[in-house]
Design a protein around this ligand. Structure first.
Ligand SMILES: *Cc1c(COP(=O)(O)O)cnc(C)c1O
Length: 360
């Protein structure tokens, strides 16, 4: 068996230890004679798995008591609809910040259900920069403020949680949740598809404050209704049981590794190393204004784009997988989620230097 270094943006690398545990459990979970995939979600066994995962998540993020942790399906994309459907019940208006392709998709969807005020727009700057917060245009009254702290495609990140008048804050944290400690109490709602930094595709996490559960539009489908999902402990219908179990193994792994503070340090070192290699060369470039550079997703281009395929082929031969950039951005992208070890970044930087020496 040889596991290579996987820089995929999503579905992304999982910790090898987690996959080994899953392999061990696959046919016969803890001597019960069946797989987690074959258990009723109502069984004592699965209820125990579900509860443990929720407790570990709350511990890792120090989630305050008045929040519900929902384990749902539909990806972050379903949340683009669920957020306005559940929260636009007061004024029918919301403030949105546009920092990249994922926020623009969230905006497009929210417009189907209410009035969207674009607070600031990074699109004219090709999502590489953004007006300072003093210039953002907030609504007089809005039901919430939505933003995407880390844009997975463009590699654009807001490091600070913005201080905004239009509370509550709602954030799509698909590619950054659990990559560092987070003050959950600053947010009304956080959602994240699991397949970037949490677990396998098919599971989505929603952390929602209790007081936001009763603002839904009348038309919200039952499967997206936060109050109903919370009241049924995420078992209104069959939840993504195997994804829930695997995410639980990831939470245990994070605790063993020392928690989110340790992850933050490690992720900082990984990103610093890669950006230093890019900036120190005359061959590679990252277009994002330095204060907004993502620690999780690092896009970069080669000085000569005709070498892209040669770069990717050589990378694969060196055991470095999935470095092709998103089709809308081009070039390369290295995603550096928790499960990507520092040794992977060292190997990537070594390969980049060697490639530059040969072709640069
Ligand atoms: C991947 C991603 C999405 C889309 O997730 P799906 O699970 O495919 O719906 C949305 N937002 C961000 C920030 C992402 O990284």
């Amino acid at each position: 068996m040889s596991r290579r270094y996987n820089f995929c943006a999503g579905p992304a690398a999982l910790p090898t230890e987690v996959l080994e545990q899953a392999q061990q459990d696959l046919l016969d979970w803890q001597g019960r004679g069946l797989s987690v995939m074959e258990m009723s979600h109502r069984s004592d066994e699965f209820q125990g798995i579900a509860r443990q995962a929720q407790e570990d998540l709350c511990e890792l993020l120090s989630i305050p008591d008045q929040y519900h942790c929902l384990f749902v399906q539909g990806g972050a994309t379903a949340q683009f609809s669920a957020v306005p459907l559940n929260l636009m019940g007061l004024t029918g208006k919301a403030d949105y910040l546009n920092t990249g392709l994922w926020s623009s998709k969230a905006i497009e969807e929210a417009r189907r259900f209410g009035e969207v005020n674009l607070v600031a727009d990074g699109q004219p700057a090709s999502y590489c920069s953004l007006a300072p917060i003093e210039q953002w245009r907030f609504s007089e009254a809005a039901d919430y403020f939505h933003y995407t702290p880390n844009e997975t495609i463009g590699g654009f990140e807001l490091n600070e949680i913005p201080e905004v008048p239009s509370a509550p804050l709602v954030a799509d944290m698909s590619s950054t949740l659990l990559s560092r400690p987070l003050d959950v109490s600053r947010f009304g709602l956080i959602y994240a598809g699991a397949q970037k930094n949490i677990g396998p595709a098919g599971l989505t996490l929603v952390l929602v404050r209790e007081d936001l559960l009763d603002r839904a539009l009348a038309v919200v489908p039952r499967t997206l209704h936060y109050r109903l999902i919370a009241d049924h402990h995420s078992m209104l219908n069959t939840p993504p049981t195997y994804g829930w179990y695997l995410a639980g193994l990831v939470f245990q792994w994070l605790k063993r590794e020392g928690g989110l503070g340790v992850m933050a340090e490690r992720n900082r070192r990984k990103a610093d190393k890669l950006y230093a290699a890019i900036d120190g060369s005359g061959f590679y470039a990252n277009p994002v204004e330095p204060q907004y550079r993502s620690r999780m997703n690092v896009p970069f281009t080669l000085a000569d784009g005709t070498l892209n395929d040669a770069f990717l082929e050589g990378a694969e031969e060196s055991g470095l997988l999935n470095l092709r950039g998103h089709r809308s951005v081009g070039g390369m992208r290295a995603s550096l989620y928790n499960a990507v070890p520092e040794a992977a970044v060292d190997a990537l930087v070594g390969y980049m230097n060697e490639f530059e020496r040969r072709y640069g």
